[in-house]
Ligand binder design. Structure first.
Ligand code: ISL
Ligand code: CA
Length: 562
């Protein structure tokens, strides 16, 4: 494999700008806020920042609805602030990856405004317009990711337009070559400005099956759009074309490109990340974050009971699947997922920091590029909200409204919503125990997590034994130990399924005769480790607490070199 690309031994840090740092007291994070905090990133040691959208946007979906791809939203700052941020990061050898949201635009984007101006518009075909069925109803049965139909009726022209996400996020028509060229030109403009790559939002939904056929009907009575939209017929062709038109325009530079690809399987993911095919460097797969969700209804209270073996087994399958050819992106959290300590660790005060380290240690022991989502390096946890008025995410608000129409109460839905809603990850970054948590001097746009008093950066940076210091060590280790980057991967765990140690996650990496074994205890009880997993004389290169050879304490994680 080609192991010389700069992103192979770097860790990516995701910033959700609204919630990272507010420099002017309006309660919303901004670019100057990030500039003031770049040293936090440098101390952590991350080598790349992925910035969630900062483009001009009506903010219906917090910036994933873009009305001008080449302007910064005034809420976040100016292009001058942006250039200053790029320079501040590059000075510290941190690369910058931008979010690329091109499956859809905002309905306020001039392209859509023109497209919606009438059937004869020169840009009519830039979006996906369809006539109603003879009875006036929607062209097909698809359900939006944010509840309700994927179709919005336009009175003036008598047609519907397609939106897989919100009504304010109309899908672009990638079949139209002018659309693709406009997107590629915009991407080159950002690369010219110095950015180092893109995280491509729902990029595997851009190519839709011809005829837009109905999907299988799910629990809500509407049909899934996944079968016709995910990994569609021209998906790989479009990615390869983008590569030629955009990235090949800079033969002297290398970029990081990562596709966000819900519903992708091993075959398509391998095609995407096979360097010979020149599509993208890696993708975000979704299987492991779906193991404890009910298919078709992620907020359902009834859900599969995920075991540690399921999570470990799924990541191992992806290690095997990408093999020596492809490359994995490794993540437990992002702005769409709940906090991993609350989801798979142990929130209780005594255990939360330990479990945050165990999760980190195991994820980073896999082969691929690890992603850290803001606050994950502090072990931030889910919010304990019980009132609908506290939520801001349109996914939750639309879901509650749709279920209310079916006669279901918020109280009944709350346990399902609480567990996996996206606002869990979007509460402001916890910098200190001050009233605005050091995030803002004003009123934050989304309530702070009350846990900010105990879990915050001021209490952890430079403090031995903290979650932050553990992440710092882990990230530094990646640059010191080639086996972590390049080693073969093996899940040592028939024993996981083995009733004897159902709580131990054990993996081994091998590179040029050197072995690294990572072991973690996903429970509160001490557990003995057999000698084939913990070889006598193995050197402990990383541990979350004092080590007794051959034993893990509750939620302890160790890396052994042998
Ligand atoms: O979190 C989800 C809803 O349950 C996912 O299905 C999510 O919508 C999907 O991963 C796509 O996410 C991306 O595109 C969305 C945006 O809302 C998300 O924030 C973004 O990460 C539309 O642009
Ligand atoms: Ca602000």
């Amino acid at each position: 494999p080609q192991l010389d690309q700069w992103w192979r031994d770097r860790v990516v840090y995701q910033i959700y700008p609204r919630s990272f740092a507010d420099s002017n007291g309006d309660g919303i994070g901004d670019l100057r806020g990030i500039i003031e905090r770049v040293d936090h990133l440098a101390e952590l040691g991350v080598g790349v920042v992925w910035l969630s959208p900062i483009y001009a946007s009506p903010q219906d979906d917090n910036g994933y609805d873009i009305s001008d791809y080449q302007a910064i939203d005034p809420t976040f700052g100016t292009l001058a602030d942006f250039d200053e941020l790029v320079a501040a990061l590059h000075e510290r050898d941190i690369r910058l990856v931008m979010d690329l949201v091109v499956n859809h635009t905002s309905d306020e984007h001039p392209w859509f405004v023109e497209s919606a101006s009438g059937r004869e518009s020169a840009k009519r075909d830039w979006y996906i317009w369809r006539d109603p069925k003879p009875d006036g109803s929607e062209p097909n049965n698809w359900e939006s990711f944010f509840s309700g139909p994927t179709w919005q009726f336009d009175e003036a022209s008598g047609q519907y337009y397609l939106h897989l996400f919100s009504r304010k996020q109309p899908d672009l028509n990638w079949e139209n070559p002018q659309v693709r060229q406009a997107i590629y030109a915009m991407m080159r403009w950002w690369l010219q400005r110095g950015v180092d790559g893109f995280r491509m939002d729902v990029i595997n939904l851009i190519s839709k099956v011809k005829g837009l056929p109905d999907g299988p009907v799910g629990p809500t009575g509407r049909g899934s759009c996944f079968e016709a939209c995910a990994n569609g017929p021209r998906f790989h062709e479009f990615l390869a074309e983008m590569h030629r038109e955009v990235f090949d325009a800079y033969p002297d530079r290398t970029f990081l490109t990562v596709g966000e690809t819900p519903g992708i399987g091993l075959d398509d993911a391998l095609k995407c990340s096979d360097p010979a095919r020149r599509e993208v460097d890696m993708v975000f797969q979704f299987e492991h974050v779906g193991l404890d969700n009910n298919p078709g209804d992620k907020f359902a209270v009834e859900r599969p009971d995920m075991r540690l073996a399921d999570l470990a087994g799924n990541l191992a399958a992806w290690q095997e699947g990408m093999g020596e050819v492809g490359w994995n992106s490794l993540y437990f959290e992002n702005h769409d997922q709940p906090r991993s300590v609350s989801r798979w660790g142990d929130e209780a005060e005594e255990w939360r920091a330990k479990s945050a380290k165990a999760l980190a240690g195991m994820l980073h022991a896999h082969r691929g590029t690890p992603y850290v989502y803001q606050g994950q390096e502090l072990g931030m946890i889910n919010v304990p909200w019980t009132k609908l008025s506290e939520f801001r995410d349109l996914e939750v608000l639309n879901y509650v409204a749709a279920r209310a129409a079916e006669g279901r109460s918020f109280a009944e839905l709350l346990p399902g919503i609480a567990r996996v809603n996206r606002d869990n990850a979007r509460t402001p970054m916890q910098w200190s125990d001050e009233p605005g948590a050091g995030f803002t001097t004003g009123e934050p746009w989304l309530a702070l997590n009350p846990a900010a008093r105990e879990i915050n950066a001021a209490a952890q940076v430079g403090v031995a034994g903290s979650v932050f210091e553990f992440y710092r060590e882990l990230i530094a280790l990646r640059r010191e130990l080639p086996v972590l980057v390049a080693g073969d991967f093996e899940l040592l765990s028939p024993a996981l399924i083995d009733a004897e140690r159902p709580t131990v996650w054990a993996v081994r990496r091998t590179f040029e005769g050197e072995q690294l074994t990572a072991l973690a205890n996903f429970s509160r009880e001490d557990v003995d480790i057999p000698e084939q997993w913990w070889p006598a004389g193995a050197e402990v290169v990383l541990t979350s607490e004092d080590v007794t050879a051959g034993q893990l304490r509750g939620w302890q994680v160790v890396y052994l070199r042998h």
